[in-house]
Ligand binder design. Structure first.
Ligand SMILES: [Zn+2]
Length: 206
């Protein structure tokens, strides 16, 4: 229910973001640019991050080896604890009520299954077999994915949120900038946040 409120708020207040949501394609993202939507309504504040895998673990193919899987799992664990990612003023008395952490892997990856068809030709020409493997590796490097993290809070004193800080930049040294779209009942604002000034100032915006 909260999610519905969040999206309807975005659609009414921020047409550009709602359009982006509807047409969202993982492979269209820009490496080095993470997206964050923050929405405040009543006593609730929602955070939704879409971060290219390149910014988090340095690759975007589906983790298959033990070391890649370990990297991804370590990153997901960091997202699980929101204060690795951002922090809210203590005086706002915000409590986490819900969070969802995951990865959106692009669908093009299914195209790999077509390589099974090529296998039928392998009997005819073994050299082609090696070429196929090269193509396969290149294709993997072109795969894209995003870490997606959604956090919902209920706040005792939401007006006290005058600043949100982002330990995100030190938690993930590969990270680039964060493009933040902020919306409250007062209106909407966007911010570009980078590691040298890892916070947004919300005085007068809630
Ligand atoms: Zn990508």
């Amino acid at each position: 229910m909260k999610k519905n409120i969040y999206y309807s708020l975005l659609i009414s207040a921020m047409v550009s973001v709602s359009a982006a949501e509807e047409t969202r394609q993982v492979d269209k993202h820009e490496h080095g640019v993470g997206e964050l939507n923050i929405a405040i309504e009543g006593n609730a504040v929602d955070f939704e991050f879409f971060i290219p895998g390149a910014d988090i673990v340095g690759f975007e193919y589906e983790a298959k080896t033990e070391s890649d899987i370990a990297l991804v799992n370590a990153a997901l664990e960091k997202f699980e604890k929101f204060d690795n990612i951002f922090s809210l003023p203590e005086s706002s008395n915000c409590n986490l009520v819900n969070s969802e952490i995951g990865i959106n892997q692009d669908d093009d990856h299914d195209d790999h299954d077509e390589h099974d068809d090529h296998d039928e030709h392998d009997d005819h020409d073994e050299h082609d077999d090696h070429d196929d493997h090269d193509d396969h590796d290149e294709y993997d490097e072109e795969a894209h994915n995003e870490f997606v993290a959604h956090y919902s809070f209920n706040c005792g004193n939401i007006k006290e949120i005058d600043r949100i800080s982002f330990p995100y930049f030190t938690t993930f040294p590969n990270s680039g900038e964060l493009e933040v779209q902020f919306v409250s009942e007062i209106g909407s604002t966007s911010f570009e946040v980078e590691g040298d000034e890892p916070f947004i100032d919300l005085k007068g915006k809630i």
